[in-house]
Design a protein around this ligand. Sequence first.
Ligand SMILES: Nc1ncnc2c1ncn2[C@@H]1O[C@H](COP(=O)(O)OP(=O)(O)OP(=O)(O)O)[C@@H](O)[C@H]1O
Ligand SMILES: [Mg+2]
Length: 238
Amino acid sequence: MSAAIKHADPPVLEVNGLGKSYQLHLQDGLVIEVLRDISLRLNAGQCMAITGPSGAGKSTLLRCLVGNARADSGHIWLSTPKGRVDIANATERTLLRARREAIGWVSQFLRAIPRVSTIDIVTDPLLADGIQPEEARHRAEVLLTRLNLPARLWNLPPATFSGGEQQRVNLARGLICPRPLLLLDEPTASLDFENRDRVIELIHAAKSAGSAVIGIFHDPIVRDAVADHCLEVKPLVC
Ligand SMILES: Nc1ncnc2c1ncn2[C@@H]1O[C@H](COP(=O)(O)OP(=O)(O)OP(=O)(O)O)[C@@H](O)[C@H]1O
Ligand SMILES: [Mg+2]
């Protein structure tokens, strides 16, 4: 088990009664309820797959867990190195710290900052952890190699990369530091079979290192290979 992650009791993540609606300001403030009364518990080393049809709210749930979308009701208790934090009700400052210290996040699409190179995107979380630049670069190169991203791309910004190349940069950034909670939104959607298998290996490695993993996996082969539990998000009939 990694020194950065301690097996936690209480669980790494405990969600109670989570609700989330979106308000459409361009549609006269129309409110669309997406999530209602979602609860889950996840321990270190376990993986939960979020299932449900397109538009049911799977990505919304992950965005609430990482704090990119504010839950309207309920609690999201996350065990961080500095104690439990309720992501749903934390101040912005506590949220930023909890996210940096306790969450690895691979979003559905990479939002690349123009002119920032791939290697800088991937080393950034390590440097924020206080790892020396040379060591951070070495670790990033090892992971990018494992993800089959050609070395000729490492010093380029990923804006012009193919979908699968961008996804592997996103994965490398999300996986480079071991974290108590790892959130993955369709991490293999643009990958070929060989790269998909690499990602399965990396998810197994994260679990073995003690991360609790929550993922949306459209590919049933990936889901069956990594998930210990499933949580179905059902579309709400409003
Ligand atoms: N920022 C937003 N503002 C308004 N509505 C939104 C917003 N984000 C998502 N929605 C709506 O919330 C619902 C759930 O979207 P979400 O992206 O969570 O679905 P999903 O289950 O991840 O779907 P998919 O499998 O297609 O990725 C959809 O009806 C979507 O239109
Ligand atoms: Mg989605």
